[in-house]
Design a protein around this ligand. Structure first.
Ligand SMILES: [Zn+2]
Length: 91
């Protein structure tokens, strides 16, 4: 699916329709020093290994893709509901 780089939609902060910049949401990089990562490293240490089952056979073949919108006038950011797509392109 092709999505335009800019779109006009309602801005709840400006309380009117304004132009928005469109981007595809990307999850942040995992930081090894974070609490959960440290805890998991402690769990996996030594004899015993993985504590939770790892999911191997996924039912879905696509991931939900989220669009992030940013108001050109006030800078208000919001996200569009995720949709399942094989390919999402910003044109
Ligand atoms: Zn706005």
């Amino acid at each position: 699916m092709k999505v335009p780089k800019t779109m006009r939609t309602y801005c709840p902060k400006c309380k009117t329709h304004t132009g928005f910049n469109v981007n595809i949401y990307k999850a942040g990089k995992r930081k090894g020093a974070k609490k959960g990562e440290r805890r998991q490293a402690r769990r996996k240490k030594g004899y015993g290994g993985q504590r939770f089952p790892e999911q191997h056979n996924q039912a879905k073949v696509t991931k939900k893709q989220v669009l992030t919108l940013k108001c050109n006038e006030c800078g208000y950011g919001m996200m569009r509901k995720g949709m399942r797509l094989k390919k999402l392109e910003i044109v």
